[in-house]
Design a protein around this ligand. Structure first.
Ligand SMILES: [Cu+2]
Length: 91
Protein backbone atom coordinates (compact mmCIF):
# COMPACT_ATOMS: atom_id res chain seq x y z
CA UNK A 1 0.00 0.00 0.00
CA UNK A 2 2.78 2.38 0.95
CA UNK A 3 4.70 1.41 -2.11
CA UNK A 4 1.70 2.17 -4.29
CA UNK A 5 1.42 5.64 -2.81
CA UNK A 6 5.08 6.22 -3.53
CA UNK A 7 4.62 5.20 -7.16
CA UNK A 8 1.68 7.56 -7.55
CA UNK A 9 3.62 10.45 -6.07
CA UNK A 10 6.67 9.69 -8.17
CA UNK A 11 4.61 9.58 -11.36
CA UNK A 12 2.80 12.84 -10.67
CA UNK A 13 5.53 15.27 -11.76
CA UNK A 14 5.87 13.31 -15.01
CA UNK A 15 2.24 13.88 -15.88
CA UNK A 16 2.57 17.55 -15.10
CA UNK A 17 5.65 17.84 -17.25
CA UNK A 18 4.17 15.95 -20.18
CA UNK A 19 4.45 18.16 -23.25
CA UNK A 20 2.51 21.36 -23.16
CA UNK A 21 0.04 21.43 -26.03
CA UNK A 22 1.06 22.84 -29.37
CA UNK A 23 -1.24 24.61 -31.75
CA UNK A 24 -1.19 24.49 -35.53
CA UNK A 25 -3.38 26.07 -38.13
CA UNK A 26 -4.33 23.98 -41.14
CA UNK A 27 -5.50 25.31 -44.48
CA UNK A 28 -8.31 22.97 -45.41
CA UNK A 29 -9.51 22.37 -48.95
CA UNK A 30 -12.90 21.21 -50.21
CA UNK A 31 -15.04 22.78 -47.51
CA UNK A 32 -17.99 23.82 -49.62
CA UNK A 33 -20.97 23.78 -47.29
CA UNK A 34 -21.83 24.41 -43.67
CA UNK A 35 -21.62 20.72 -42.80
CA UNK A 36 -18.07 20.24 -44.04
CA UNK A 37 -16.45 21.87 -40.99
CA UNK A 38 -18.23 19.30 -38.81
CA UNK A 39 -16.69 16.44 -40.77
CA UNK A 40 -13.27 18.06 -40.61
CA UNK A 41 -13.61 18.64 -36.87
CA UNK A 42 -14.65 15.03 -36.28
CA UNK A 43 -11.77 13.69 -38.32
CA UNK A 44 -9.29 15.73 -36.29
CA UNK A 45 -10.80 14.85 -32.93
CA UNK A 46 -10.34 11.16 -33.80
CA UNK A 47 -6.58 11.60 -33.75
CA UNK A 48 -5.10 10.52 -30.41
CA UNK A 49 -3.48 13.44 -28.63
CA UNK A 50 -5.73 16.13 -30.11
CA UNK A 51 -7.09 18.35 -27.37
CA UNK A 52 -9.09 21.01 -29.10
CA UNK A 53 -10.27 21.73 -32.64
CA UNK A 54 -11.73 24.88 -34.07
CA UNK A 55 -12.76 24.91 -37.70
CA UNK A 56 -13.45 28.20 -39.40
CA UNK A 57 -15.59 27.86 -42.49
CA UNK A 58 -15.06 31.43 -43.71
CA UNK A 59 -11.28 31.32 -43.67
CA UNK A 60 -11.20 27.56 -44.52
CA UNK A 61 -8.87 26.82 -41.67
CA UNK A 62 -8.72 24.47 -38.72
CA UNK A 63 -6.91 25.41 -35.55
CA UNK A 64 -5.81 22.36 -33.64
CA UNK A 65 -4.33 22.10 -30.16
CA UNK A 66 -2.54 18.79 -29.66
CA UNK A 67 -0.15 17.00 -27.40
CA UNK A 68 3.18 16.84 -29.26
CA UNK A 69 4.13 13.68 -27.34
CA UNK A 70 1.17 11.81 -28.78
CA UNK A 71 0.75 13.08 -32.28
CA UNK A 72 2.36 15.29 -34.87
CA UNK A 73 1.04 17.75 -37.44
CA UNK A 74 1.48 15.24 -40.28
CA UNK A 75 -1.06 12.95 -38.59
CA UNK A 76 -3.54 15.83 -38.53
CA UNK A 77 -3.29 16.61 -42.23
CA UNK A 78 -3.46 12.89 -42.99
CA UNK A 79 -6.68 12.54 -41.03
CA UNK A 80 -8.50 15.38 -42.78
CA UNK A 81 -7.19 14.18 -46.13
CA UNK A 82 -8.62 10.72 -45.50
CA UNK A 83 -11.95 12.34 -44.64
CA UNK A 84 -11.91 14.02 -48.07
CA UNK A 85 -10.45 17.36 -47.05
CA UNK A 86 -6.78 17.65 -47.95
CA UNK A 87 -5.06 20.12 -45.65
CA UNK A 88 -1.70 21.73 -45.28
CA UNK A 89 0.01 23.23 -42.28
CA UNK A 90 0.06 26.99 -42.32
CA UNK A 91 3.52 28.24 -41.48
CU1 LIG B 1 -20.20 20.05 -47.02
Amino acid sequence: MRKLLFIVLAALPLTLMAGSPKTVTLDVQNMTCALCPVTVKNSLEKVAGVRNVKVDFDSKTATVAFDPDKTKPAALTKSTTEAGYPSTIRK
